[in-house]
Structures are given as structure tokens and as C-alpha cells.
Design a protein around this ligand. Structure first.
Ligand SMILES: *[C@@H]1O[C@H](CO)[C@@H](O)[C@H](O)[C@H]1NC(C)=O
Ligand SMILES: *[C@@H]1O[C@H](CO)[C@@H](O)[C@H](O)[C@H]1NC(C)=O
Ligand SMILES: *[C@@H]1O[C@H](CO)[C@@H](O)[C@H](O)[C@H]1NC(C)=O
Ligand SMILES: *[C@@H]1O[C@H](CO)[C@@H](O)[C@H](O)[C@H]1NC(C)=O
Ligand SMILES: *[C@@H]1O[C@H](CO)[C@@H](O)[C@H](O)[C@H]1NC(C)=O
Length: 308
């Protein structure tokens, strides 16, 4: 369009502002003529666009940074029903240094929530294939604005840290955030150790508590099992259950599923049974890891029972 030139923003920079968090900053182009035409800054990260009013000149993004990070920005002018675009400007964060295959692999983490809503966090991993024997790994987690370093490591046969336990975390406290960030870096005398980051959905790695107050009763040959939902901040409707009903006489196991809080079943009352239940959230309710099985409860005739 005649006479209108749109210039990209200037001084576009990326800075690591916290674990797995980038601060993006820019300035409107000073050579762009000031007029009251509405215009925007458009940022492109991994094929996703984010729009900002030109008065806003910064933004933060959560992202895994161990392979580096890049973003592009341009100005968008809405003028006389058409859109005029500037060129893109790119900024990059370099991948942190480190030799190949020195970063940890197979990271897995589990969150346990106690009755008082405090959460503990347990993580395990494997040392990288090329990590020297003297490698020392350090684990950090971040939740909201809290970052903590592990104080309680477990080790492999060379004394390298390969597990961590936080018995008390900031997870569940304060604002509700769904993401737990794990960062593991390391050091070695001769080799640079590449860091590793992973973002976990808090609910997906929570080990659900087992059902409570399980009771079993037998009327003639009708077995009735009742229980209550696990300790949780989720609604009762969220949960599903599995019952493990084991017939000790026949050596026969049945696994039954339900979303209710009781279950009845016709059994052979000349046999002895053990009953256990475990719980999880249903998939529409942010499924976690299945709870442990409850302690077995026994019912039926006391025949052929071998306590192991
Ligand atoms: C961009 O950065 C340079 C160097 O730091 C500075 O001199 C200049 O004023 C900045 N431009 C704007 C528009 O802030
Ligand atoms: C606005 O757009 C119309 C249609 O595209 C065009 O005819 C007109 O010349 C434009 N006006 C200005 C001021 O650019
Ligand atoms: C580690 O992860 C890889 C790839 O996911 C898998 O093939 C391997 O079996 C895992 N190793 C262990 C010891 O769990
Ligand atoms: C909450 O419960 C856990 C596990 O039972 C315990 O270790 C912790 O000290 C308790 N914390 C508070 C603040 O009561
Ligand atoms: C590991 O990361 C933490 C947190 O970002 C940092 O303070 C520390 O210097 C890093 N250590 C190594 C060996 O890179």
C-alpha cells in the first residue's frame, strides 16, 4: 500500500528467567512513524503465533531449553482494512554446552499427596551412556515461582546420583499450577555434562491414594464390598476402581471395574476369598498413576488358606 512501510521491532532478546522459562523482550521500531493506526507485534514460536498490543514489550514462555530455543517477531499493521507485515526478526538461545549422551535418560517422577495435602516428589533416571564415572548430577524442580535443589539422592554403583526424593515440596501450595518442571544438570572433571529438562503434568504423575474404609460382608452367598473415595482434592465422581477378588480354594483371580462405591457379587461361600481395591482418576478427570492395592480383606470359609 502506497507510502506505508512497516518496520520490525528492534532489540529482540531472549533470556532464561527461571528453569524452563524464557523472557522475550523487544522495542517498537523507533523509525516507525507514530500514528493512530492499530498495530500489533506478532511472535512466532514453534509454529504458534502470539499477538501483543504494541504497548506490551515483553512476554514469558515456558519451554524445555536443553536443546536451545528460538523465536521470531514482526510488526503487523492494520490499515484501511488490510494487513501490512514487516519482515521477521529472529532471536536464539544456544543449547547449553555438554558432550553427547552425557545428559540423563529415562527420567520418571511420581508425586505422592498426603492427607494434609503436602506433596512429596520422587524421581529416578539413568546416567547418560557417555557420562564419565565421576559425573555428579544435580536435580532441581520448579513449581510456580519455587525452585529447590534435591538434598536426598540415591546413587548407582559408581556413586553417581540416579534418584532423588523431596519429602516435602511446594507442589499443591499457593496458586494452582499444572506443571512441574524438572531440570537435571551435572559436572565431571574432564567432560561437560549436558543438562536435561522435562515438564510434567502434575496430575498425570500423581500416585492416587488408595480407597478408604473398605468393608466386606457376606449374606448367604452374596458378597458386598463397600468403600470410600481416596484422600484427594478431586470430586468423588472423578474416580474409578478396580477390585481384585481372589478365590484361594480355586486359585482364581477376578479383576472387576466400577465407578461406584460398592459392589456386590455372588460367590461360592464354601471358598475363601481375599478382596483388594485400588483407585485412579478417570481419563476425563486427569488420570494419574493407579493407587496401591488396599490391604487384603478375607471372607468365606477358612479352607486351604496359605498365608504368604
Ligand atoms: C537497542 O539497544 C541499543 C544497544 O543496547 C540501545 O542503544 C538502543 O537505545 C536500543 N533501542 C531501543 C529502541 O530501545
Ligand atoms: C483503501 O483501500 C481501498 C480499497 O482497497 C482503496 O481503493 C483506497 O485507495 C485505500 N485508501 C487509502 C488511503 O489507501
Ligand atoms: C530407557 O528408555 C529407553 C527408550 O525409551 C528404553 O528402550 C529402555 O528400555 C529404558 N531403559 C530402562 C533401563 O528402563
Ligand atoms: C503432612 O503429612 C506428612 C506425611 O504424613 C508429614 O510428613 C508432614 O510433616 C505433614 N506436614 C504438615 C505441614 O502437617
Ligand atoms: C545447575 O543448574 C542450577 C540451576 O539453574 C545452577 O544454579 C547450577 O549452576 C547448575 N550447575 C551446573 C554444574 O551446571
Amino acid at each position: 500500500i502506497l507510502g506505508i512501510q512497516v518496520l520490525p521491532p528492534v532489540n529482540f532478546t531472549l533470556t532464561v528467567s527461571a528453569l524452563a522459562e524464557v523472557l522475550l523482550q523487544w522495542k517498537p521500531n523507533p523509525d516507525q512513524e507514530k500514528n493512530d493506526i492499530v498495530s500489533l507485534h506478532l511472535i512466532l514460536i514453534n509454529c504458534l503465533f502470539f499477538k501483543y498490543d504494541t504497548k506490551k514489550t515483553w512476554s514469558t514462555r515456558r519451554a524445555v531449553l536443553h536443546n536451545g530455543f528460538s523465536a521470531r517477531i514482526r510488526t503487523l499493521l492494520h490499515y484501511n482494512n488490510s494487513e501490512i507485515k514487516s519482515n521477521w526478526v529472529t532471536a536464539k538461545l544456544k543449547a547449553p554446552p555438554g558432550a553427547v549422551e552425557t545428559s540423563v535418560t529415562n527420567l520418571s517422577c511420581v508425586i505422592y499427596t498426603a492427607i494434609n495435602n503436602t506433596a512429596s516428589l520422587h524421581c529416578t533416571w539413568l546416567a547418560g551412556k557417555a557420562a564419565p564415572e565421576d559425573t555428579k548430577y544435580f536435580l532441581f524442580y520448579r513449581y510456580n515461582s519455587y525452585t529447590e535443589e534435591c538434598q536426598e539422592y540415591s546413587k548407582d554403583k559408581w556413586g553417581r546420583n540416579i534418584g532423588c526424593r523431596f519429602s516435602n515440596t511446594y507442589i499443591n501450595r499457593g496458586e494452582i499450577d499444572q506443571v512441574v518442571i524438572i531440570h537435571i544438570n551435572g559436572s565431571s572433571k574432564d567432560t561437560a555434562i549436558k543438562p536435561f529438562e522435562e515438564l510434567f503434568n502434575k496430575n498425570a504423575i500423581e500416585k492416587v491414594n488408595p480407597p478408604r474404609k473398605v468393608t466386606v460382608s457376606l449374606k448367604q452367598n452374596n458378597l458386598l464390598v463397600k468403600w470410600e473415595m481416596p484422600v484427594s482434592s478431586f470430586l468423588e465422581e472423578c474416580f474409578e476402581y478396580e477390585l481384585n477378588i481372589y478365590n484361594w480354594k480355586m486359585g482364581y483371580k477376578q479383576i472387576l471395574e466400577t465407578t461406584l462405591h460398592s459392589f456386590s457379587l455372588t460367590i461360592d461361600d464354601t471358598c475363601r476369598y481375599s478382596i483388594q481395591i485400588r483407585a485412579n482418576r478417570q481419563s476425563w478427570c486427569d488420570e494419574g498413576f493407579w493407587s496401591d492395592w488396599t490391604e487384603p480383606l478375607f471372607i468365606g470359609k477358612n479352607q486351604n488358606v496359605f498365608v504368604v
